[in-house]
Design a protein around this ligand. Structure first.
Ligand code: GRF
Length: 202
């Protein structure tokens, strides 16, 4: 079982899709801990309901010790792979270093297009429509110190329809995200997508 930790700031629907896949047995993984910078996030509420360890850790609660606190929580729960799921903050060097190559994010567009600082939420879909793109999609990529720049692992394309609004496009892309994130983790758990897992598993 791949031990997963999550960082989420808002709704947490991607995190939920992964938890559901674990419970359904389609993903050989175990959600161990969820951390949110937002005490009111849907992600924390969902997690408490699912009986998974949940922490509110933010710059406000921890100041400059935030990175160390996130790392300590991940390690305490023996997390092997960290999944960012709508996490709106940059990760500190402590976590980036300790989990190098083992931190994933999902982005609601086909990176490298429509990524980077300020490209999040509805803004992404507005930009895709404004550019007249015929297709968009979802990207699972590794996380490094820059927003949306780490190596792309997998993408799923989604058609853009002539009548789309940012809201209808977001809905179609989000459905793809939910499929893709869990499926990607399943491939990682099966060793089909190699990432540097801790020595104990190798
Ligand atoms: C998703 O669109 C994801 O691609 C982006 O943030 C959004 C999070 O949604 N990184 P949710 O919190 O998983 O519902």
């Amino acid at each position: 079982m791949l031990k997963l930790g999550f960082l989420a700031s808002h709704t947490g629907s991607n995190m939920q899709a992964i938890i559901d896949a674990c419970q359904a047995g389609t993903l050989a993984a175990e959600p161990r801990v969820v951390i949110s910078n937002n005490s009111q996030s849907g992600a924390l509420a969902r997690t408490r309901q699912a009986n998974i360890a949940a922490y509110h850790l933010s710059e406000r609660t921890h100041g400059t010790a935030l990175g160390a606190a996130i790392l300590a929580a991940m390690q305490r729960h023996e997390v092997e792979v960290i999944c960012l799921a709508g996490y709106m903050k940059k990760l500190g060097t402590e976590v980036l270093t300790a989990y190098e190559g083992r931190i994933l994010n999902i982005h609601p567009a086909l990176l490298p297009k429509f990524g980077g600082q300020g490209m999040y939420g509805m803004r992404v879909h507005e930009a895709v429509l404004a550019a007249g793109e015929r297709e968009s999609g979802a990207t699972v990529h590794l996380v490094d110190e820059e927003y949306d720049q780490g190596r792309v692992l997998v993408q799923e394309k989604v058609p853009v329809k002539a009548e789309d609004t940012p809201e209808t496009l977001q809905k179609r892309v989000l459905a793809a995200e939910h499929r893709l994130y869990a499926a990607t983790l399943a491939r990682i758990a099966a060793g089909e997508i190699p990432i540097p897992l801790p020595r104990s598993r190798a």
